[in-house]
Design a protein around this ligand. Structure first.
Ligand SMILES: Nc1ncnc2c1ncn2[C@@H]1O[C@H](COP(=O)(O)OP(=O)(O)OP(=O)(O)O)[C@@H](O)[C@H]1O
Ligand SMILES: [Mg+2]
Length: 364
């Protein structure tokens, strides 16, 4: 469900941070986060995710721009006046304190009474499914359990906003998978508005209500996982989320409708609405198609002529490397045992098609 239409809980408005490098680390970033929403900040290393999070947390003062909460710009408020829970990649638990003492830490700072504190710590440990672990020390816990203590410590203060910076990257693959669901489950139960930083597209796709894709300090696109995957707004998003083939193509606008050609061969007919607004006759474009959307047929059929270079069984799919007449390579994913898979013998000639709705078209 998209929460995009409900009023913003946090509005990030032209947020910019300049460390003094060649260009700002975060550059006029703007987007809204709805109350209770789980937003992922996704992008390659160095794109400005942590810098953004640190500005929201109040650990860095923006060079310019605003962070609006409850109708008020909060950039000049210190972190402790922002009512936030923070979880970082390293859990940073106090080793000499018990689990319960670690979780109670923020309550002690806030001078919460002993009885109330004990009740809230028990509640937070219940939320992360660590009841009965209160008397252990961090060293007596697994990595996943330690990360859950860090989350309990962040949510026990009943923050308005939960900020998570790569909280799963120190865990092994299996634990990471489990913790994805745990974190999402805790967030759904508590309803805390959450900003989650990750460079892992799988994590972002599986956990988030919406994903904000960043590149070079700028926002490339914000949308639901399905929107980001199916309707990437830019070539960068298309290439960063999932695998994508990009076929250079020339546009011709004849009477028979728009047509895309690659090396003199027609691609599946493009949808006029999908063409870049300024693309005229003869424009050089790039057609993007996902590997699973490519259909193979016999070489005498409709479509682009290609040769099969390689065909590799990788479990749930067969990955096929194809080469077009001009040397352009594509990857297709076929269902093992399918008729198409039979055609994908190395050295064989085939015809490639895909549905118009499976093709995105960008300026080259
Ligand atoms: N303290 C600093 N001083 C100078 N430049 C910095 C500092 N911290 C980060 N940067 C630069 O700012 C840019 C954004 O860094 P940031 O840590 O926000 O990236 P990130 O998206 O969180 O990356 P990662 O996925 O590697 O954690 C990078 O180019 C980085 O080199
Ligand atoms: Mg980072």
């Amino acid at each position: 469900m998209s929460l995009a239409s409900t009023p913003a809980h946090i509005r990030i408005d032209k947020l910019t941070f300049d460390y003094g490098g060649e260009r700002p680390a975060v550059d006029t970033l703007s987007f809204d986060i709805a109350k209770g929403e789980f937003i992922g900040l996704l992008g390659p290393s160095g794109c400005g995710k942590s810098t953004t999070l640190r500005m929201v947390a109040g650990l860095l003062a923006p060079t310019s721009g605003q962070i609006i909460m409850g109708g008020e710009d909060i950039v000049s408020r210190p972190p402790w006046e922002r009512n936030l829970g923070l979880v970082f990649q390293s859990y940073a638990l106090f080793p000499h304190m018990t689990v319960a003492q670690n979780v109670a830490f923020g309550l002690r700072l806030r001078k919460v009474g002993k009885e109330e504190s004990a009740a809230r710590v028990a509640e937070a440990l219940r939320a992360v499914r660590l009841e009965g672990f209160g008397n252990r020390r961090p060293a007596e816990l697994s990595g996943g359990q330690q990360q859950r203590v860090a989350i309990a410590r962040a949510i026990v203060i009943e923050p308005e906003i939960l900020l998570l910076d790569e909280p799963l990257s120190n865990l092994d693959a299996r634990l990471r998978d489990e913790m994805r669901f745990e974190i999402r489950d805790i967030q759904s139960r508590t309803g805390i508005t959450t900003l989650f930083v990750t460079h892992d597209q799988q994590e972002a796709l599986t956990m988030c209500d919406r994903i904000a894709v960043m590149n070079g300090g700028k926002l490339e696109q914000i949308g639901t996982p399905v929107e980001i995957y199916d309707k990437p707004a830019t070539p960068f998003v298309a290439g960063f989320i999932g695998r994508a083939n990009s076929v250079p193509a020339t546009l011709s606008l004849g009477t028979g409708g728009p047509r895309l050609d690659h090396e003199g061969q027609a691609l599946p007919a493009p949808d006029l609405q999908e063409l870049p607004a300024d693309a005229g006759d003869g424009a050089k474009l790039a057609a993007m198609v996902r590997p699973h959307a490519i259909q193979l047929s016999r070489p005498d059929g409709d479509g682009l002529t290609a040769r099969v270079n390689r065909s590799v069984f990788v479990g749930s799919v067969i990955e096929v490397e194809l080469e077009l007449a001009g040397g352009q390579k594509l990857v297709a994913e076929l269902r093992p045992g399918s008729e198409e898979a039979q055609l994908a013998q190395p050295g064989a000639d085939v015809a490639l098609t895909w549905r118009t709705t499976d093709m995105r078209i960008f300026a080259a």
